[in-house]
Design a protein around this ligand. Structure first.
Ligand code: SF4
Length: 432
């Protein structure tokens, strides 16, 4: 069965393994070993999958340029789910990435019918201020889609390569879908690819941290980036088993191919529509020449974006978090004492009676309070392991956990909201 993931309809994706099989998302386990100080979302398997994250570990471990980019649609309260993505962006910024955060006001306007004024208000007062308070540095880039000429221009260019059938296959668009909604999909591809524009240093690996429901954007963007590029490089073998590279023109001017054959060091042969390279030093140096020539001839030479995929937290009452059920989530801007009370009312994985709890132990896997610890409230792995073990062994009671989680939630929100007050006065440092 073809499983459609619709980023606009917050599906509860409970079987993540389907994503591996159906869409070719790779398990993140192997990547963690390549990372010196992985973020706790990585080591705790909250980030469970990726596409081409090897490009990012290579850049991080060898001091090469790379970017991180993600976006937020200004449509409601900023909550702990948004905080996760923000933490992932900030962590990559700390590892050396040029960091980009887009406020997807065009999407909110097109898909949710949100007024521009409201988009701006929510974008700044909910998302941007918390992003700064969480530690996003001013050397990164925060922008609104509607105010970025680069993103809008690139979206227009990309739309020349996107057709209705493709958008329909990915998102399930129908004849009733309005054009602005389709354009907002292409605008998000422009968001993802624009860190690779010449003004930001040209082609480079870019990682997009997202929830798994956002994968359609990644797939669309990788496809569009590929279509925009003038060349593709293929590894080939002649009849004697000698390996060589063939640089195939997709839409390159003839002069660009000629330039390539002259610029590449070593033995090359120019054909109509391709250049074969018989003695390149390595793929990376060859790629660099191809990128330089393509840029000189007005192309983009996009590197396919990488991505990471994280699990979602469930709602505090179990089931899905929902913006229409305030008791199901914690907002970063809500009153701390009220948030603490919500945590005390949260669904746990505890047994019905204390006797049963002591005898059978609790079920942290089904516990919203434990999820709060795992995702947000416990940084120390040993402490987390202790909570897990005590719960399982029946030596920990839910009341104790709830009090601890409520206290930490209240403390975090109090501190975060103080930092937000400081962040409000720093907007000009970010060009906002
Ligand atoms: Fe959850 Fe704590 Fe109860 Fe275990 S003891 S089920 S971790 S609240």
């Amino acid at each position: 069965m073809n499983m459609k993931i619709d980023p606009w309809s917050a599906l509860n994706i409970d079987d993540y393994s389907k994503l591996f099989d159906e869409f070719g998302i790779q398990p993140f386990d192997d990547m963690v070993r390549e990372i010196e100080n992985p973020h706790k979302f990585m080591s705790r398997k909250i980030i469970f999958g990726h596409r081409n994250y090897d490009r990012i570990t290579d850049a991080m471990n060898n001091n090469k340029p790379f970017s991180v980019m993600s976006g937020f649609m200004p449509s409601g309260k900023i909550h702990l789910g948004h905080k996760m993505v923000m933490e992932e962006i900030i962590w990559h910024q700390q590892q050396g990435a040029d960091a980009f955060v887009g406020i997807a006001d065009r999407e909110s306007h097109a898909v949710r019918g949100m007024s521009w004024e409201k988009c701006n208000d929510i974008g700044i007062n909910e998302y941007v201020i918390s992003l700064i308070a969480l530690g996003f540095e001013p050397n990164g880039h925060i922008y609104f889609q509607s105010k970025s000429e680069q993103v809008k221009d690139l979206a227009f260019e990309l739309s020349s390569k996107a057709n209705y059938s493709e958008l329909s296959a990915i998102y399930g668009f129908t004849g009733e879908t309005n054009v602005a909604h389709m354009l907002s999909a292409v605008t998000q591809s422009a968001d993802i690819l624009h860190p690779q524009l010449e003004e930001y240093g040209g082609p480079k690996p870019t990682v997009i941290p997202v929830g798994s429901d956002q994968d359609p954007h990644i797939r669309l963007t990788r496809g569009l980036g590929h279509k925009m590029n003038m060349f593709k490089i293929e590894g080939r073998e002649d009849k004697n088993g000698n390996r060589y590279f063939s640089i195939r023109s997709k839409a390159a001017p003839e002069e660009a191919l000629k330039e390539l054959s002259q610029r590449i060091a070593g033995k090359t042969k120019l054909f109509e529509g391709h250049v074969d390279v018989f003695s390149a030093d390595n793929f990376e140096s060859l790629m660099k020449v191809v990128q330089d020539v393509e840029m000189e001839f007005g192309g983009y030479s996009f590197v396919p974006p990488s991505s990471t995929y994280h699990r979602f937290m469930s709602g505090l009452q179990g089931g899905k978090m929902s913006s229409s059920v305030p008791d199901s989530y914690i907002s970063l801007t809500e009153e701390p004492k009220g948030a603490a009370k919500k945590v005390k009312r949260a669904k746990t994985g505890g047994r019905i009676t204390l006797e049963e709890q002591k005898k059978l132990g609790g079920e942290p896997e089904k516990c919203s309070v434990y999820e709060m610890f795992l995702f947000h409230l416990v940084d120390d792995d040993e402490e987390l392991a202790q909570i897990y073990t005590e719960c399982r062994e029946g030596t920990r009671m839910c009341g104790h956990c709830k009090v601890l989680a409520a206290e930490r939630t209240e403390k975090f929100l109090k501190e975060h909201q103080e930092l937000r007050e400081v962040a409000k006065d720093r907007l000009d440092e970010y060009g906002l």
